[in-house]
Design a protein around this ligand. Structure first.
Ligand code: SAH
Length: 243
């Protein structure tokens, strides 16, 4: 039974805690909405277009993409399109992230290098699938933001470096997989050198016309496959001899 004392306590504490209760409930509803949107994305954008790798689909269904995009466009996070992430850069369309990840044929114990950290989303998807990710971003602000987001979401196996990814990360080479999310005019030699024997590299190549390529290193030789035409931001950096 409620006594006068109880009623007085409720009268004092309810106004204090009610906003928190409402907020907690809203956050829960919001999280559920994002989860639903993510499930729809996996069905309608990925499976429908032929992405089959179960682990890739699972990872894409798990990573909270909305936390990797700017707050004012969070409602668009699961849309079938790339989105601006500031500094004139973009987070790739979900299908392209899934397709590139699938191209790497990951089994779980690999070490992967990414060039173009951007928001950190692609690195997070990879972090769900393999041991360790080394990722390089040339714009310092983006690298810092990505580092913060990745640690907030709980990834401890992603290492972000500020620098020109053209030169790779020789201290941690060789890499079983290399994924490049900005487009150079030709495949950087340092990245070829840092790809392990039996390794795979997925990379958009070209300027006005870009082709997504899959490079396999087998018995010291390179096998090149063309995947699909794509449109990525160009690979920045100082003008390099021979480019
Ligand atoms: N993978 C990102 C998308 C990146 S967009 C994501 O999941 O959000 C491409 C990124 O490549 C941009 O952030 C751009 O600043 C970066 N970039 C361009 N040239 C680069 C270079 N030479 N080295 C490293 N990063 C580069």
């Amino acid at each position: 039974m409620l006594t006068k004392f109880h009623l007085r306590e409720i009268a004092i504490f309810l106004p204090v805690f009610l906003p928190f209760l409402i907020l907690a409930n809203c956050n829960k509803e919001e999280a559920l909405d994002y989860e639903k949107a993510r499930r729809r994305m996996v069905e309608n954008q990925l499976k429908a277009r032929g992405v089959k790798d179960k682990k890739v689909l699972e990872a894409m269904g798990k990573v909270p993409r909305h936390l990797f995009v700017p707050e004012d466009i969070r409602h668009l996070a699961y849309a079938d399109r790339p989105l601006p992430i500031g500094e004139g850069q973009t987070i790739s369309q979900p299908y392209i992230v899934a397709l590139m990840t699938e191209c790497l044929s990951l089994k779980g114990n690999e070490k992967v290098l990414e060039i173009g950290t951007g928001s950190g989303y692609q690195a997070a998807v990879l972090a769900e699938l393999v041991d360790s990710i080394f990722t390089i971003e040339i714009i310092e602000d983006l690298a810092m933001r990505a580092r913060k987001t990745l640690s907030k979401v709980g990834y401890t196996n992603v290492f972000v470096k500020v620098g020109d990814g053209y030169f790779g990360w020789p201290e941690h080479a060789p890499f079983d997989g290399i994924i490049v999310t900005c487009a150079p005019e030709s495949i950087p030699q340092p990245l070829i050198d840092q790809l392990s024997e039996g390794g795979r590299m997925v990379i958009p190549v070209g300027d006005y016309y870009q082709m997504l390529k899959l490079i396999l290193k087998e018995n010291g030789r390179l096998i090149e496959k063309e995947i699909i035409p794509v449109l990525f931001v160009p690979m920045k950096g100082e003008i390099r001899k021979g480019d």
